[in-house]
Design a protein around this ligand. Structure first.
Ligand SMILES: [Zn+2]
Length: 162
């Protein structure tokens, strides 16, 4: 499978994402806001991590909901995952997409793979990782703390065993 990169993201959205990747941690809420997508921390069922829905009153507008009961780092990954669905897949979503805690939504596996890959690129951009390492942050734990992601997500990004 071809590895998905920011090159697959429409250029206007890529510009917005890159603008917020200049310093750690990447501000996912600001990325969503600048893309015109609302983010709500919501009371979702325990089995659900996040949702991406068309607004009822204006179907060109979208809202991301993340589960208020999950860890903040998990919420940040979920917001990035839903941003990825918004920029890459919204034409394939009718009214709403509901991601369970394994980021399964009923859409094809390829779509979830792409959303996870782009979420990792949004939250853990290589230039920022290199900058942190140059500044002396040498461990997955340290990088995870600086980027406000889980250590597991950071280890996967670095190709380390989790
Ligand atoms: Zn998903």
């Amino acid at each position: 499978m071809a590895r998905l990169t920011m090159a697959n993201v429409p250029s206007a959205a890529a510009e917005v994402i890159k603008r917020h990747q200049m310093e750690a941690p990447v501000k996912v809420g600001a990325i969503a806001r600048d893309l015109g997508v609302a983010v709500l921390i919501s009371d979702l069922p325990l089995a659900v991590s996040g949702m991406l829905s068309r607004n009822q009153d204006d179907r060109t507008r979208w809202t991301i909901r993340v589960n208020r009961h999950e860890h903040r780092h998990r919420q940040r990954f979920t917001i990035a995952h839903e941003i990825a669905h918004y920029v890459l897949h919204r034409s394939e979503i009718k009214d709403e997409l509901v991601d369970d805690t394994f980021y399964r939504s009923g859409l094809p596996e390829r779509i979830e793979y792409e959303a996870n890959a782009l979420a990792a690129e949004i939250l853990m951009p290589w230039p920022l990782i290199r900058q942190l390492m140059d500044g002396g942050t040498a461990t997955a734990a340290g990088l995870a703390e600086a980027l406000e992601v889980s250590q597991a997500a950071m280890s996967i990004r670095l190709g380390l065993p989790t």
